[in-house]
Structures are given as structure tokens and as C-alpha cells.
Design a protein around this ligand. Structure first.
Ligand SMILES: [Zn+2]
Length: 425
């Protein structure tokens, strides 16, 4: 293994919210020195980082890797390589596979495949209920032993209040987070946000209320029972308000937002392009503004992609019938920079905290600052890349992505995991 010196970069301090010019020396798997003016030692690989940000490795805690059961869409290998190519050292994968990740064996098999893949680190999220059917609790204790970092029936929410109450009660002693896809099913069932555009296009709607009602119910359950609760891919104005109030009360409630909910509205669906179909759906501008306000005031903790690969044949059908979800790992840094840094909502260190420390806190993984003694997990970012997204060469197996041809202001240029350059532009 080569020793590395990253020279002249802007080191990101996510805690102080600052950048400082320094060199970073890596020996084997560890950061050993962070100081200005370090001279290269004999045999050291020098990475010139002038103009680049040197960030703690990025983490995306909401991705779908489709393995087992959907390997034609994505695998732990291809998804892990897509993650690296987007600057992510770590991802947490959702359990809506076939079969679902609802046993210790299934959780362990994710670790085994990730070890073989040698791509990004993968942290499996276990299912809340057996088969994600919403009725019977899955075996939490065994899955925690297997390494599950949290629990979710993502793709669907847990509809039953009594099952949700039991899940919070049983999970509490493990200290693991419960990640809810908030969608009250009897109010759901549509394929785009309920509003002017769904009416105009004649498409069945997914009301904001379906999300808000489940968030409100769950917060009441957390207040009464306890436990750690995380709202997946928040998309509504009232949802953000509810989380803000719960936090002000001191409840252990966190949330995350996706780039598409910050950059796009339901107006984009005007020509029935299924690359704008996902759950929760693209909403109206008032919701987008509320999400940005939630990011600005710290109500929203994490930035995630909800990377959801599908085959082209599956997506190239009528809008109503097409599956939900889009991919985005490989351009996430640029998308978030466009949504949050470019308009001046957040500084780079504040935005990167939402892609590093905050998500690590949610899934209970130790933070990795760019400081001596820490694992050399680093992402190099060009904050002034000004490039055009070209999905043709992406590592992901899927291409269901609305961002092809977009101009973005920034991008990841290298990903270092445990002292090894795993990907570079
Ligand atoms: Zn979801």
C-alpha cells in the first residue's frame, strides 16, 4: 500500500464549519498528519489538491442496491462502485430486496458481498416487519447481532399504529434508529403529487397529507414510548414543521432530504417522463421552499439520494404503471451544491456535515474527521467543476435519471477509503 500526501487542499472541518489550507499525510490506513507545508517523503504518492476540498468520506444512508433479487438493476458491487464514483465511502442500503433483509442471515450476506465487492462500505438496514408486510415484527435482536445499523420497511410505511408502537418499544434497548417511509397507505396509491398538475394531467395523486399524517402519528408514538426515529426522504411543508416542533421538545427525531425534492417540482412531469416518478413524489414550490428552510435552520439533518435503480424497460411504460425511483449517487455532490451552496443557503462545510457527521450519527457509526489518528476515509471535491452530467459512463447498472445534460457547479473527484484511492476522475 502506497503512502499518500494530499497537498494544498482546503481541509473541511465539519464541526467548526470552516475550511483551512493544509496537507494531509496518510500512512497505511490512517491519517497521520494534517498541517500546512508538509514536504513529500521518499516513495510517497503525492496528490495535488490545489483548489479542491478535502472532506471526511461522504455517507449516503438511503440507497437501494437491489441485491438479492434485483441484480439486473444493481448489485452491491455496481452500486458500491457508483457510490465511490460519487464520492461516497459509505452507504446504508434499504431492505426492500427479494427476499427482504429481514433475517440475520440476510444482513450478514450483505456484509459478505460488500467484502467481496471491495467497493464502498455498505451498512445494511434491516426490515421492521417480516417480509415488510407490516404485520409481524422481524427479529431485531438477531439482525442487530448480524450488523443491522437501523430498521425500515422503506418503500412502504408501517401502517399499523400498534405494530409501530411495538417496534419502537422493542428497538429502544438496542439504541438503533427506526427509519420510516412516511406514507399513510389509505391516503396514498397515486403516482404523483396531488395538486394542479396531477389534475391537469389526469393522474392519480399522492397527497402531502399522506406523509404528514404518518409523521404526526409517529411523533406522538415517540413522545409516549421513546426510541430514535428518522423520517426518510421528507418532502412536505407540514412534515418539516412537525419535525421542527418535535426537535424543539427534545424528542430523538431526525430527518433527511433528497436532491430531487430540492431541485424539482411536479411541473417537471408535464410530458409524462417516468424519470420524474418517485416516492415521495416531486411536490409544488411551497413544499420545496419549506424543505430548503428546514435545511437552513438545521431541522433537516442529512442529505441522501434515495438511489433507486430500475431497468430501462421497466421505466419506459405509461407513467401510472412505471416503478417509483431514480438514481443519483454519481452526481449527488453537484446536485446538492446546486440546490444549497450555489444559492447561498449553506456553506460547503455545513453542507458536507449533512453528508458526513450527521448521517453517521443517525446510523450510529463513528465520525471520521480529517485529523491524525482517524481512518483515512476522504472525499476530494472540486467546488468549481462546472461540468455537464453525462450518465452514459456511469458505474451504476441503471440509467433511470433525469439529470443527463444538466450543468452542475461541483463534483467529487476522488474517493479514498482506508488509505486507498478507490476511485478518481
Ligand atoms: Zn422510501
Amino acid at each position: 500500500m502506497a503512502d499518500i500526501l494530499i497537498q494544498n487542499g482546503q481541509v473541511v472541518d465539519t464541526v467548526a464549519g470552516k475550511l483551512r489550507k493544509a496537507d494531509v499525510r496518510i500512512r497505511d490506513k490512517e491519517i497521520v498528519e494534517v498541517k500546512a507545508g508538509l514536504a513529500p517523503a521518499d516513495g510517497e504518492q503525492v496528490i495535488a489538491a490545489t483548489g479542491l476540498l478535502v472532506s471526511p468520506g461522504l455517507v449516503d444512508i438511503h440507497v437501494h442496491l437491489r441485491e438479492p433479487g434485483g441484480e439486473e438493476k444493481e448489485t452491491i458491487l455496481s452500486g458500491g462502485q457508483a457510490a465511490l464514483a460519487g464520492g461516497f465511502t459509505d452507504v446504508a442500503c434499504m431492505p426492500n430486496t427479494t427476499p427482504p433483509l429481514d433475517t440475520e442471515t440476510a444482513i450478514e450476506s450483505v456484509y459478505r458481498q460488500a467484502l467481496r465487492a471491495k467497493a464502498a462500505r455498505v451498512w445494511p438496514v434491516g426490515a421492521i416487519t417480516k417480509g415488510r408486510a407490516g404485520a409481524e415484527l422481524a427479529e431485531f435482536a438477531q439482525m442487530v447481532r448480524g450488523g443491522a445499523v437501523g430498521f425500515s420497511d422503506d418503500g412502504v410505511g408501517v401502517a399499523s399504529s400498534s405494530v409501530m408502537a411495538k417496534a419502537l418499544r422493542y428497538l429502544e434497548p438496542f439504541g438503533k434508529v427506526l427509519i420510516q417511509h412516511c406514507e399513510e397507505p389509505t391516503l396514498g396509491g397515486g403516482c404523483m403529487h396531488s395538486g394542479y398538475h396531477s389534475t391537469r394531467l389526469g393522474l392519480p395523486g399522492l397527497p402531502a397529507l399522506a406523509e404528514e399524517i404518518m409523521i404526526a402519528r409517529d411523533i406522538e408514538l415517540v413522545r409516549s414510548i421513546g426510541g430514535r426515529y428518522h423520517v426518510a426522504h421528507i418532502s412536505t411543508k407540514r412534515g418539516v414543521e412537525l419535525v421542527r416542533q418535535a426537535r424543539a421538545e427534545g424528542l430523538a427525531v431526525t430527518t433527511e432530504v433528497c436532491p430531487h425534492h430540492l431541485l424539482l417540482t411536479d411541473e417537471a412531469i408535464s410530458d409524462y417522463d417516468t424519470n420524474f416518478k418517485m416516492s415521495p413524489p416531486l411536490r409544488s414550490q411551497d413544499h420545496v421552499a419549506a424543505l430548503i428552510a428546514g435545511v437552513r435552520d438545521g431541522t433537516v439533518d442529512c442529505l441522501v439520494t434515495d438511489h433507486a435503480p430500475h431497468r430501462a424497460e421497466e421505466k419506459e411504460i405509461e407513467f401510472v404503471a412505471a416503478p417509483m425511483g431514480i438514481i443519483g449517487l454519481e452526481c449527488a455532490v453537484g446536485l446538492f451544491a446546486k440546490a444549497l451552496v450555489e444559492p447561498g443557503h449553506l456553506s460547503w462545510p455545513k453542507m458536507l456535515r449533512m453528508m458526513t457527521d450527521a448521517p453517521r450519527d443517525v446510523i450510529g457509526r463513528p465520525r471520521v474527521a480529517v485529523a491524525p489518528g482517524n481512518s483515512a476515509d476522504l472525499t476530494l471535491i472540486d467546488p468549481e467543476a462546472d461540468y455537464t452530467v453525462d450518465i452514459t459512463g456511469w458505474k451504476s447498472k441503471s440509467r433511470n435519471c433525469p439529470y443527463h445534460g444538466w450543468k452542475l457547479p461541483a463534483r467529487a473527484v476522488a474517493t479514498i477509503l482506508e488509505g486507498k484511492v478507490k476511485w478518481e476522475l
